[in-house]
Design a protein around this ligand. Structure first.
Ligand SMILES: C[S@@+](CC[C@H](N)C(=O)[O-])C[C@H]1O[C@@H](n2cnc3c(N)ncnc32)[C@H](O)[C@@H]1O
Length: 386
């Protein structure tokens, strides 16, 4: 068996010290090993990178190479640990780096959850779904959401190319597939686009199509709020709410740069909306390509109670005949069908609407909603109030 998603290089056929590439570490490898050392001690891959990368003296391109190495190590840690233990290789940070730079194949029986480097619980969910396993273990794409308030997608792509970044149209019609370094482009800094996964853009588009007055109830820093303002060119009445007021401050700042007309919801005003979006906190296993740490979780039940509680709060703001849209970046039954079944059993005025998911590229309809698989794996469910 061979891992196809590794970052480069030859094949490790036999497992002993001599098969690890005997390359003198360069600066990139040294920085990657330093980040891995910190992650092994303290967890939190994103923080370990944030604490070290900006002060590493590396260029944006080199930093992206480091980030790729670190992601690969975290993505396959369980498999690497297994192979290193079997072959008596010490699991030092630098040996992880070396392993990540090679395609790995093996000639022994390895349990499935170790092959895919995930918790046993997650492996159980993935074992009949090779497509989801492929998506969460692949190199993540970088996509931008075009800000149609300021620019067309064609002109955005032209601007990115003038800045030296490869860019091409993707799905949905706001999405531009580009290179990781484009995150630092003038186009992004000046609010012509924001970095956003294609599946999230699709979720924003589907939500916005359901009505004119929209409440983004778990708006966070405003990823989907900005996407809705942009895709519908400021023509919708969009309100944002989040339990975390700091995030709403960031959202306000971003919407100014973006020229997006987004209002902050005031719970004291008894307003109701055509559509209420609940993009709930979740395990994030659907975004494991970008944050591979998510694959090692065992307990998915713990998210479901909170997800239902937030739906219960948010439903109060849905107008008669309006829609409650539930989104999570996950595919575990606990956080997807389980939540919808429970909510519907306790709220008889809501019915499931899966018709809107027919014949859309990158969407797989299910009994309780749909999975969007253009980038991350997102679950979306649309509930109509009578
Ligand atoms: C998945 S994130 C939202 C991401 C955001 N929609 C985006 O696209 O960038 C979930 C958000 O729910 C918020 N949240 C958690 N509990 C909440 C609650 N009870 N009411 C409202 N927001 C809540 C969190 O603060 C977090 O920002």
């Amino acid at each position: 068996m061979t891992l196809e998603h590794c970052y480069c290089g030859g094949i490790i056929q036999k497992y002993d010290k001599s098969v690890l590439p005997q390359v003198k570490p360069g600066k990139i490898e040294r920085v990657a090993a330093k980040i891995i050392a910190k992650w092994l001690k303290k967890g939190n891959m994103a923080r370990a990178m944030r604490d070290i990368l900006p002060y590493s003296g590396l260029s944006y391109y080199e930093r992206n190479t480091v980030a790729t190495i670190v992601h690969n190590v975290v993505r396959y840690k369980k498999l690497y640990d297994y192979l290193m233990e079997k072959k008596g290789i010490p699991n030092t940070p630098y040996n992880y780096v070396k392993l990540s730079k090679n395609k790995v194949s093996w000639d022994m029986e390895i349990p499935y959850h170790i092959q895919i480097s995930a918790s046993e619980k997650l492996a159980e969910i993935l074992k009949d779904n090779p497509e989801f396993e492929r998506i969460i273990n692949r190199e993540p794409q970088t996509t931008l959401c075009t800000n149609f308030i300021k620019i067309t997608r064609e002109n955005l792509i032209e601007n990115l190319k003038l800045e030296g970044f490869e860019a091409e149209p993707y799905l949905p019609e706001s999405a531009v597939l580009t290179v990781p370094e484009a995150k630092y482009s003038v186009a992004v800094k000046s609010g012509l686009a924001h970095v956003q996964d294609a599946s999230s853009q699709m979720a924003a588009k589907l939500t916005g199509e359901l009505g004119d007055a929209i409440l983004d109830y778990c708006a966070g820093n405003g990823g989907k709020t900005l996407a809705m303002a942009s895709i519908f060119r400021n023509k919708k009445v969009i309100y944002a709410y989040d339990i975390n007021s700091k995030k709403l401050e960031t959202l306000k700042h971003r919407s100014q740069i973006y020229g997006a007309d987004i209002k902050i919801m005031d719970k004291r005003e008894a307003m109701k909306y055509d559509v209420v979006l609940v993009d709930a906190p979740c395990s994030g296993v659907g975004a494991a390509a970008r944050n591979p740490e998510a694959k090692y979780q065992e307990d998915f039940e713990k998210y479901a109670d909170n997800q239902i509680a937030i739906l219960e709060e948010a439903r109060k703001y849905v107008k008669k005949s309006g829609f409650l849209v539930y989104v999570v970046c996950s595919f575990t039954p606990q956080e997807t069908s389980g939540v919808i079944e429970k909510f519907l059993s306790e709220n008889s005025e809501y019915t499931l609407n899966t018709e809107i998911f027919s014949n859309i590229s990158g969407i797989v309809k299910t009994d309780s909603g749909a999975f969007i698989t253009l980038g991350d794996i997102l679950f979306i469910s649309v509930l109509k109030k009578s």
